[in-house]
Design a protein around this ligand. Structure first.
Ligand code: AOS
Ligand code: ZN
Ligand code: ZN
Length: 388
C-alpha cells in the first residue's frame, strides 16, 4: 500500500464525536445571538448531528450533556439516533449551573452540596447505563477566587473522595474521563487546573480513569503536543475536546486559530498508534458557534480535524527516524514540514467519493435545503443550556 492509500484507510475509519451543545444557541456573558432553526430539544440536536455525519461520513456519534439533554426515556432517544444513523456517545455532567455550586460542587466546604453534586454524577452514570455510553466526562468549575478563601489541600481531598465514589459506581466497560482547565470560572485556584492534577487523580483511581485534553484549556504558548505525547506514553489519554483559542477558552472552530498546532498534536497521536483500530481515545469537538451557523460550523470543524490527521499520516516516518538518528536537525524538521505543507484536500475529496459522500461537504450542505427547512420548521429554538 502506498503512503497515500494507507492514510486513506485510517481516515476512512476515523470517528469524530459531535457535542450536542454546539447546535444550540450560545454566546458570551455579554450577549447570546439567537439563530433561526436551532434545535428545540435533544431529538432535533440528534437530527442536526446526523446531518453533519451525512456530509462528512466520520461523525457517527453525539455527546450528550445532562441535564441539558435529559429525557424521560433514553431508549427512545437512542432509537431516534439509530434511525438517523448515529449513536449516543459521551455523557457530560453538569455540576456548575446551580446556585448551590457558588463555592464549588464536589469540593464545596458544605457536605450537603457535595452530596448533591455526587448524586448528579451518579445520575449521569444511570443515564450511561441506559444509553450504553462508555464515557463519563467530568469537568468541574470548582475553585476559589481569593487567597485564603478555602483550604487548597482539603479541596483536593474532597475531589479525590468524589472521584473515587463515581469510579466505584462505574461498570467494567465504562470509563471516567477527567477534564482539566487552567482557570474560569474560578480565577485564583482551580481544583483541576492542569493535566498533571488530572493525571495524578486518574492514576490513583485506576485503569479506566483517563485524562481529557481540551485544546483550549491551557496557558498561551503551552506545548500541548508534549502533554499529549506524555499521556499517550502512560496510556492515560482518554479523550480530546477539540477547539481553537486565541485568548482563553474561546471554543472556536478547531484548526481555525492554529492549524499547525492541531497537526503537531495529531502527529503525536498517529505516531503513538492512537488512531489504530484498537485505540480507545475519544476524539470529540467541544465548540460553541456564537456568530457562525451551527451545522456548517460543525462540518468545517470535522473537515479541519480530517485535514490535520491526513497531514499527520503523510509524515514519512522512515525518513524522519533516519534524520533523527543521524542528528540531522534540519532534515528531521523538513520531513515534518513537508507533510504539513502538503495540500491534502484532493486526497480527502477522493476519500469522500469512495465513501459515498459528496467531495465538497460545505457545498453539499448549502445545496441540501436543510438550513431552510429547519428555519421554517423550528420556531423558538433553545439556547445550548447556558442560562436556558
Ligand atoms: C468547559 O470549559 C469544558 O470545556 C467542558 O468540556 C464543556 O465545554 C462543558 O462542560 C459543556 O458541556
Ligand atoms: Zn471541554
Ligand atoms: Zn472549555
Amino acid at each position: 500500500m502506498t503512503g497515500r492509500e494507507a492514510a486513506k484507510s485510517v481516515l476512512r475509519a476515523q470517528k469524530i464525536e459531535l457535542p450536542s451543545w454546539a447546535f444550540g444557541n450560545s454566546g458570551t456573558r455579554f450577549k447570546v445571538f439567537a439563530q433561526q432553526g436551532v434545535p428545540r430539544d435533544p431529538f432535533e440536536k440528534i437530527a442536526d448531528a446526523a446531518r453533519v455525519h451525512a456530509h462528512t461520513g466520520v461523525a457517527p456519534s453525539i455527546a450528550l450533556h445532562i441535564p441539558w439533554d435529559a429525557v424521560d426515556d433514553y431508549a427512545v432517544l437512542g432509537r431516534a439516533a439509530a434511525d438517523v444513523g448515529i449513536k449516543l456517545g459521551t455523557i457530560n455532567a453538569n455540576v456548575f449551573q446551580d446556585d448551590d455550586y457558588k463555592l464549588g460542587s464536589v469540593t464545596n466546604p458544605d457536605p450537603a452540596v457535595r452530596r448533591k453534586a455526587l448524586d448528579h454524577l451518579f445520575a449521569c452514570v444511570d443515564v450511561m447505563d441506559r444509553t450504553g455510553s462508555r464515557d463519563l466526562k467530568l469537568w468541574f468549575s470548582d475553585g476559589t477566587n481569593y487567597p485564603g478563601q478555602d483550604d487548597i489541600r482539603a479541596r483536593q481531598d474532597r475531589l479525590a473522595e468524589a472521584l473515587s465514589a463515581v469510579y466505584e459506581r462505574l461498570s467494567a466497560d465504562q470509563r471516567l474521563i477527567l477534564e482539566y482547565k487552567l482557570f474560569e470560572p474560578a480565577f485564583y485556584t482551580t481544583d483541576v487546573p492542569d493535566w498533571g492534577t488530572s493525571y495524578a487523580h486518574c492514576l490513583k483511581l485506576g485503569e479506566r480513569a483517563k485524562v481529557c485534553v481540551d485544546t483550549g484549556h491551557h496557558a498561551p504558548g503551552t506545548n500541548i503536543e508534549f502533554i499529549v505525547a506524555f499521556l499517550l506514553r502512560e496510556g492515560k489519554l482518554g479523550a480530546f475536546d477539540f477547539n481553537s483559542r486565541f485568548y482563553a477558552d474561546d471554543d472556536l472552530i478547531v484548526g481555525a486559530a492554529d492549524p499547525f498546532q492541531l497537526f503537531r498534536i495529531l502527529f503525536e497521536v498517529v505516531n503513538a498508534g492512537g488512531l489504530a483500530a484498537d485505540s480507545d481515545i475519544a476524539f470529540m469537538l467541544d465548540q460553541c458557534h456564537n456568530i457562525e451557523p451551527k451545522i456548517p460550523g460543525q462540518i468545517r470543524s470535522v473537515m479541519n480535524v480530517q485535514e490535520a490527521t491526513a497531514k499527520a499520516l503523510l509524515v514519512d516516518t522512515e525518513a524522519l527516524g533516519a534524520a533523527q538518528a543521524a542528528g540531522d536537525v534540519l532534515g528531521a524538521n523538513g520531513v515534518l514540514m513537508d507533510a504539513y505543507n502538503t495540500d491534502v484536500r484532493p486526497l480527502l475529496a477522493e476519500l469522500r467519493e469512495e465513501m459515498g459522500v459528496d467531495p465538497d461537504p460545505m457545498g453539499a450542505y448549502a445545496r441540501s435545503g436543510y438550513a431552510e427547512q429547519i428555519t421554517g420548521d423550528r420556531v423558538g429554538g433553545r439556547q445550548a443550556g447556558w442560562g436556558a
